[in-house]
Design a protein around this ligand. Sequence first.
Ligand code: PMP
Length: 416
Amino acid sequence: MLPLKPFSSPLLGKRLISTWANVKQGPPDAILGVTEAFKRDKDPRKINLGVDGNGKPYVLPSVQKAEDLLYHQHGDKEYLPITGLGDFTKLAAKLAYGPSSKPLKEGRIAVTQSISGTGALRIGTAFFARHYPGAKAIYLPSPTWGNHIPIAKDAGLEVKSYSYFDKETVGLDFDGMKKDIRAAPDGSVILLHACAHNPTGVDPTHNQWKELSEIMLEKKHFPFFDMAYQGFASGDTDYDAFAVRHFVEKGHQVVLCQSFAKNMGLYSERVGAFSVVTASPEEKERVDSQLKIIVRPLYSNPPIHGARIAACILGSHDLNKQWLGEVKGMADRIISMRDALYDGLIQRNTPGEWGHVRSQIGMFSFTGLTPAQCDALAAKAHVYLTRDGRVSVAALNAGNIDYFAESVSKAVKGEL
Ligand code: PMP
C-alpha cells in the first residue's frame, strides 16, 4: 500500500492575494449593533430598547394552540406552490382588506405568501421595477424603517423621500408631507406605513388619511402600503387597517405588504404576504403569473409551518377570537407602558414636553433624545437604544420602567 501523502495543493503557499482581498468591511446593522453592545454589557440593570421584538421569547397562547392542533394533524412537508399556502393567502387578504372588500369579493386581488414583511417588500419593489408604467422610483417617508432603502435599491428602484416627522412638535409634519407629495411628479409611487409608523410611532389621523387619499387620486400617485403592525397600533385589526381600506374604497389600486411577525409573534417563522389590487379576475391572473416569475428564482417557494399556524388561527372562529384578544392585550400593555414612562418623566421634572410619548402609537416611540444622550444612556446607565432616540416600548415592563424613566431624566438633565 502506498503511504498516504499529506494533502497539498499546487496553489497553497503561492496564492498570496485572496480572491476576496478587496472586499470592504461593511458597516454593522444599526439595530443589530445595539443588541451586540447590549449582550456584551454585564450590568444586571441593562435594558435593550433597540430591538424590534418584545425582547422576551413569548409565544402567544393562540399560536401554541394552533401548533398543538397542527402537530396532531401530521401535515406533510411537500413543497408549497410558488405563491404559498392558498388557505393562508386568502385569510391574510381578508384580514387586511376586510371581509366586505369589493375587490376581494370580486376575486381581483393577487396575493402571494412572502418571507415575512421584508420579503413582501422585496417582491413588491421588484414587481414595480419590472412592471410599473411610470418612473422607477419610490418615495419613502423621512424617516422610515431603515431596511426600506436597501430593499428598494436592491430591487432596482430609485429612492426618494417625503417629509413626515416634525422634530419641533415630535409629531406628524402633515403640511410638509402634503407639500412633498403634491410636488412629486404625477404618477409617483408613494410608500405609506399603514399604521404604527416605524420609527416615529406617529400616524396620520383618519381625516388626514382621507385628505392624503384625495391628493394622491388627483396626482395619480400609486399607494404602496407597508402594514407590518396590523392590530399592534390600536389593539383592533380593523381600526388599524383603516388607511388601506379607505384607499381601496376610494378607487386606488393599492399594493400591500403584510407581516405576521409582530401581531402573531411569529418573528422567526417569517410569515407575510404581498398583494396587488387589480381591475379584473383576468388581470389578477396575469399579475399572479408575474409574481411567480419574481419569486421562483428568489427562493422557489415559501416555508409552510408559519403559514399553517396563521391560517389555523385566522380560519378558526374560536382561535381567531382568542388571538384578537391577545393582540388587544399586547397593544394595551404597550399603551400602559407609555403612560408609565410619561408619568415617570413628569414626576422627575424632566425638562421638555413629553406628551408625544403618550400620543405616539405602536411598538416604537421617537423620544426626541439626542445622539449624545443616547450614547450617555448606553455608556453610563446600561440602557441601549438606536442613536436616533427610538425606543421599543414593547421592551419596557414593570421591572425596568422606573429605572428607564430615571435614566432618561438624568440624561436629559445632563446628570449621567
Ligand atoms: N416594515 C416595517 C415598517 C417594519 O418595521 C418591519 C419590521 N421591523 C418590517 C416591515 C418587516 O419585518 P419582518 O420582515 O420581520 O416581517
